[in-house]
Design a protein around this ligand. Structure first.
Ligand code: IPE
Length: 258
């Protein structure tokens, strides 16, 4: 099995509310279609369709005021709008995508995953359809609601399916020793594991990422790597990389070891 996470920063402009990177999304869908086999699941991030409003209303921390409920409804609607764009792009590339919204298959309790219904994923895969899931607002039996990131979905799928490969499609080549957008001397790391996280200079300023920022995401990837043979972060903005990686070629990027 192949799990592909299309990061919110590749398919959306993360700083502008509900702004799609349409041409990149279409190209990535075509690259995926060119290389992926039948045993594939796609998960995408929320990008600016999720993080901006979720951060503004602190949805990741659960309920503390009634105004948040309007934001829960709005964010859930927005991430579905983004998902429709992803489905459209995959359909245009002649794949057979079907949505599996986490709000319908996941439940949290006090900020932790309590229920994950893998049934729809299995059912669709058996019928040679391509399950597509995403970062979403889900219900929490104690905090009323919680945020499930696309990476949380990937982790559960990895535990259950033990995939051969997991590809995290990002807007940079991989993990660097410092932020490559601001530090010229930043070096690309060939591999990262649990220990290597200490050698990375993470940005400390407040970001709009409600799912833990880069450090949180890397910790989850290391966890995912315990359940998959080959886990890689690759650059989805570099033309042809996803297609090559999906085919199993060695492309520039960072390997994640569990
Ligand atoms: C975030 O999902 C979900 C919401 C904010 C609703 P992700 O954490 O997977 O999204 P990206 O990839 O960072 O955009």
């Amino acid at each position: 099995m192949l799990l592909v996470k299309l990061g919110g920063s590749v398919i959306t402009v993360k700083s502008k509310y509900r702004t799609l990177r349409g041409p990149d999304l279409s190209r990535l869908a075509r690259e995926l279609a060119a290389g992926a086999g039948p045993d594939t699941v796609v998960v995408h991030g929320a990008g600016s369709y999720g993080h901006i409003l979720a951060a503004k209303h602190r949805l990741g921390e659960g309920y503390d005021n009634p105004a948040q409920l309007g934001a829960v409804a709005q964010v859930q609607r927005d991430v579905r709008a983004l998902d429709l764009k992803v489905l459209d792009a995959l359909l245009r590339a002649r794949l057979r995508p079907v949505a599996v919204p986490p709000s319908l298959v996941m439940r949290y309790h006090d900020g932790r995953l309590a229920v994950f219904d893998v049934g729809p994923f299995r059912d669709y895969l058996m019928r040679e359809l391509l399950p597509v899931s995403f970062g979403d607002v889900v219900m929490d039996t104690k905090r009323r609601f919680a945020i499930a990131s696309g990476d949380d979905v990937i982790l559960e799928l990895a535990k259950l399916f033990r995939p051969e490969r997991v590809l995290f499609v990002a807007d940079v080549d991989g993990v660097f020793t410092a932020d490559p957008k601001r530090h010229k001397e930043a070096k690309l790391l060939e591999a990262i594991g649990p220990g290597a996280l200490d050698s990375i200079a993470f940005a400390t300023e407040a970001t709009q990422d409600v799912t833990g920022g880069l450090r949180g995401k890397l910790l989850r990837m290391v966890e995912i790597a315990k359940h998959a043979r080959d886990v890689r972060i690759i650059n989805g903005l570099a033309r042809g990389r996803l297609e090559a990686a999906v085919r199993g070629d060695d492309v520039p990027g960072t390997r994640v070891v569990g």
